[in-house]
Design a protein around this ligand. Sequence first.
Ligand code: RIB
Length: 327
Amino acid sequence: MNAFDVVGIGNAIVDVISSADDSFLDLMGIEKGIMQLVERQRGEMLYAAMKDRVQAPGGSVANTLAGLGNLGLRTGFIGRVHDDALGRFYARSMEEDGTAFVNPPVAGGDLPTSRSMIFVSPDGERSMNTYLGISSELGPDDVADDVAGAARILFLEGYLYDKPSGKEAFERAARLCRGAGGKAGIALSDPFCVDRHRDSFRHLVRDLDYVIGNRHEWESLYQTDLSSALEQAAADSGLVVCTRSGEDVILVQGDETARVPVRRVVPVDATGAGDQFAAGFLYGYATGQSLETAGRMGCAAAAEVIGHFGARPETDLKALFRREQLI
Ligand SMILES: OC[C@H]1O[C@H](O)[C@H](O)[C@@H]1O
């Protein structure tokens, strides 16, 4: 029996969250609604400018694992934090959220634990400014055989391709998992990330077992409109999932297509919507649900997280799924 139902690998990031209106974003030169990588100095400047900031564990794939841990699956996260206050907070929080943080915080070195300064606008949009710190050093040595090789399902973060060592870690993890008979898939992360790594990601769609992305990411990947992009993706990949903020989610596996309706609501904070969609979907995938049920689980988990600040669920997702008659 595998030690883990789902193992994820990605950037281990502490989120620092505060509210800000559009004029503040303009003043600070922050592009609304995307994730921008920032240098340490700019990160410190933005941190200092945040009013009533709240600190929470984040990181895209790690957020998904927290959702899966909440749902009772056996989960592990491969990430890299420094042995500083933020890093110890992060490792402890992952464990408290039900996910094994398999690599201990790293002592020594200059780079601190990663943090993302996230500004939430009154319309619920989030603008993320991430200083990668020690996470930029995540590499193949962080990927243990008895973690990636012991996963039934592996979930990989597209953002890792931004650093050569992250890419090597990603590829080693996928090799170990699939070599031991597990399934590996990727979250495309964001359209700019797709733009930076288009050729590599096109290969991954062909090589991996499932791919999750939103409409902008799929359009960027194939540089065409959504329906042509999904047609190509379905021909390339075993299982394709496309979220479309506020519109039906589309899931395609071989000849089967499911469309899952989404209730349109104004988010309190959109941070983590895609991550929790992935958690609900992967719970369905791991427990052998139909495409449609897995998609509905994704939508339910995403709807929960956008109803409050922060990128991780605050309620019992299994109870939520029961109420929605999904389990
Ligand atoms: O997807 C949301 C996450 O992306 C960024 O990596 C932040 O850490 C945030 O928690």
